[in-house]
Structures are given as structure tokens and as C-alpha cells.
Design a protein around this ligand. Sequence first.
Ligand code: FES
Length: 163
Amino acid sequence: MEMQTAGTNKRADIAARAIEIIDQNKSAEGPLLPILHGLQEEFGYVPPETLPLVANALNLSRAEVHGVFTFYHDYRSHPAGRHVLRICRAEACQSMGGDALAERAVELLGIDWSETSADGAVTLEPVYCLGLCACAPAAMLDGEMIGRLDDEQLQEIATEVRL
Ligand code: FES
């Protein structure tokens, strides 16, 4: 019973904070992306239960909001792991062996794209150009850019994130 109350309170807190973020941004021009961005910044992901609140506030259908949310790879629907590894899947990185490295990352971490490992250690996300094409293949670990990623570095990362 107590656990249920805690869960209900948490949901109410998320909704209250989400409404504040929506209110702060809804009069901006093109408010949907800034709102989604604000929600992700606040919670580390965009709680799915906040999407209907966004739709209501902006007079959009839930399907429209959901469509935009899923179109952008930057938004998460679940909390991320303690570490986030993003690997560039765009053309310049692909042409420098990025595809093989991406497959290797999936294999080493034992998770698929946009998944978080069961121990909560790491989330693996695709990204489409990090602006580091000159140093392809590129990746980003916890916000830090990595250029000329190779198999050895990937192995180190896979070990480090689990320490
Ligand atoms: S294509 Fe990968 S960093 Fe630009």
C-alpha cells in the first residue's frame, strides 16, 4: 500500500513538473521540440505519460506528438543507464568502418540500439553525425567526443562502463 502511494506521488510530481516545463515553453514559436527537450533534460528521458499533457497544452493530437517524439532519435522513453554510449551511424562514419564498429558495440555490450543493459550500466544509442566527420568513425561517451574509434577503444569502453 505504501509502495503504491510512493508510486502515485512520483507520478504526480512528474506531472506537476512537466506542466511547469510545458507552460514555460508553450508560447514560444514551434514549442513542441523545446518542450520535449526540457522534459528530457529534467527527467533524463521523456516520461510517456507526459505526452498527452503536451498534446493537450499545444492543441495537437496525441498521435502528432508521438510522431514527432519517435522521429527524433535524441529523445528517450526510458531512463538511461549510468553511462550513455552514442555511436555515429551516419555516412562519413559508415564509410570509415563505422558499421562494423557499431555491430561490435552491440556484441560487446550485449544490448541492441536504444537499449539499456539489465544492470543499468550502459545505454547504447545511434546518433546521426556528431560533427566529427573528419575524425570518423566517431562516438560519444557520457557527452565526451571520441574520434577515430577503434575496436580496442570499444573493448576498453565496454569494460569501463561496467566497473
Ligand atoms: S558522420 Fe559521423 S561524425 Fe559526422
